[in-house]
Ligand binder design. Structure first.
Ligand code: ASP
Length: 468
């Protein structure tokens, strides 16, 4: 076991975790698994999360204060955000194309879809009153009179089965914010508060850049001890990541065993959960796989000269497997930074700036998922979305993915905004909820791979990529 590379050990931990979870469900050990194994997964995520904030803080300050030309920072910032935006919009476009081609919603039983449509029209009448744009009217069609009566009397249709009111409140807050709020939110009010709150990473980034730039502006003899301290502290946190990662294969085992044990009591139940949503899950997985195996390599081939893609995967795979196991770009960030710097040869200046920003705002997997999920939900309710509505999805899915926090299930909550933007019922997120955790694991891999690709691309364009 000792000679195996880390990513192979992590894969083994991952597979053993899945196998164990199925044995645990079959043998009825789930309570034991949840009480005695799952906590180690939680410990792992906590370790990574507590390292992430100081690591981002110290590595950005250290990177910025080491820049020979601070004006370069503005260009770097614009370039980073520009490329992130392009990859996110491309991901939404890929998602929309796929979901319109495959039409996963059409695989749902037709009678069921008619009922879904009627319940949707009832909901429209009861709430916003905005008629669906496709001009179909099932409610007043005599052909469906019986079904309308059936649906109207079915309490299951009147209320969503899962209570989503807390999720609605969270999404609502973002949606109703004034236009410049996102810039206001970047500026810390109290830096201790920003550091203490995992959701305020952008404020920590803002502070770190400001601090780093100011360090360059003060006399060198005053700046030196501070820079030395920061560089030293940065080394400590990097070493911590390395130490924690040594135990990653075991932790990943615990995480996977815990996630599956909490999902279902028996292996048959897991398959049952996926069956009804199979066409949706497969469409989404095709899209995510396309991003990882075609889209990013294509960027590599076209824009990063002489990038060996096999090597790229080998280099960043620990981060990818970790993204899969933790479902959190933020928890994965310390490892993504290590992989990109140590294995890929991206300079510290670039990695320490591009990756933390990416983990917070660049979520290609999440935006693709939102596009696929929203159109799928429309299809299974027999709602045809117009071109204008699909373009609205491009815009809102992009914004919702930028606004999503880098933690498990954040994308699902932000999807409420996308559904509302095209007049669909936000309570529908309850429909895809059962399969969401597993798909979240997959989209987080895309999120992290996207960040690593863009960091490599920017480093290469700035002449800061060491290909050896
Ligand atoms: N879990 C994702 C991430 O951390 C966000 C999402 O829910 O899509 O990147």
């Amino acid at each position: 076991m000792k000679k195996l590379p880390l990513h192979v050990k992590i894969i083994i931990g991952l597979i053993l975790g899945i196998i164990y979870a199925f044995i645990s469900s079959a043998m009825g050990w789930n309570e034991f698994t949840i009480n005695w194994i799952d906590p180690f997964g939680t410990i792992f995520i906590r370790l990574l999360k507590f390292i992430a904030v100081p690591l981002v803080l110290f590595s950005i300050i250290s990177g910025v204060s080491g820049l020979s030309d601070v004006t370069k920072l503005g260009r770097l910032g614009a370039k980073t955000l520009g490329i992130y935006l392009i990859t996110t919009v491309s991901a939404v476009a890929v998602g929309l194309l796929l979901v319109n081609m495959i039409k996963p919603g059409d695989y749902i039983d037709n009678d069921q879809r008619v009922k879904n449509r009627i319940s949707y029209e009832l909901w429209v009448n009861e709430t916003t009153g905005v008629k669906p744009k496709d001009n179909k009217d099932f409610l007043s069609d005599p052909k469906y009179a019986d079904v309308v009566a059936e649906v109207t009397n079915d309490p299951d249709y009147a209320a969503p089965k899962t209570d989503i009111s807390d999720k609605m409140a969270a999404a609502e807050q973002t949606k109703d914010a004034p236009p410049l709020q996102f810039i206001v939110d970047m500026v810390p009010e109290n830096i201790i508060e920003s550091i203490a709150n995992n959701k305020l990473m952008l404020q920590v980034i803002f502070f770190a850049i400001f601090f780093g730039v100011t360090l360059v502006l003060i006399p060198q003899d005053k700046a030196k001890p501070v820079i030395d301290f920061i560089n030293g502290a940065n080394e400590v946190f990097l070493k911590m990541v390395e130490l924690v990662m040594k135990a990653a294969p075991f932790f990943v085992f615990a995480l996977l065993a815990g996630v599956i044990a909490k999902m279902a009591d028996s292996p048959a139940e897991v398959f049952e959960i996926f069956k009804g949503l199979g066409s949706y899950s497969i469409t989404l997985l095709i899209g995510l796989a396309f991003m990882i195996f075609v889209f990013y390599p294509l960027i590599g081939v076209v824009f990063i000269k002489k990038l060996d893609y096999k090597k790229f995967f080998r280099n960043i795979s620990p981060a990818q497997f970790l993204a899969f196991s933790t479902s959190s770009s933020a928890a994965t960030l310390p490892v993504t930074m290590e992989c990109v710097e140590e294995n890929m040869g991206v300079s510290k200046n670039i990695a320490s700036f591009v990756l933390p920003v990416g983990a917070t705002v660049n979520m290609d997997g999440t935006s693709l998922y939102q596009a696929v999920a929203v159109v799928f939900l429309a299809q299974m309710h027999m709602v045809d979305l117009s071109l204008a509505q699909q373009l609205t999805i491009v815009l809102t899915a992009t914004l919702a993915s930028i606004g999503a926090a880098a933690v498990p299930s954040a994308g699902l909550i932000m999807m409420i905004i996308v559904l509302q933007s095209v007049g669909l019922n936000p309570a529908w997120i309850a429909i895809i909820f059962p399969v969401d955790r597993i798909l979240d694991m997959c989209r987080t891999v895309v999120n992290v791979t996207g960040d690593a690709t863009v960091a490599t691309l920017i480093a290469s364009s700035e002449g800061e990529l060491n290909k050896d």
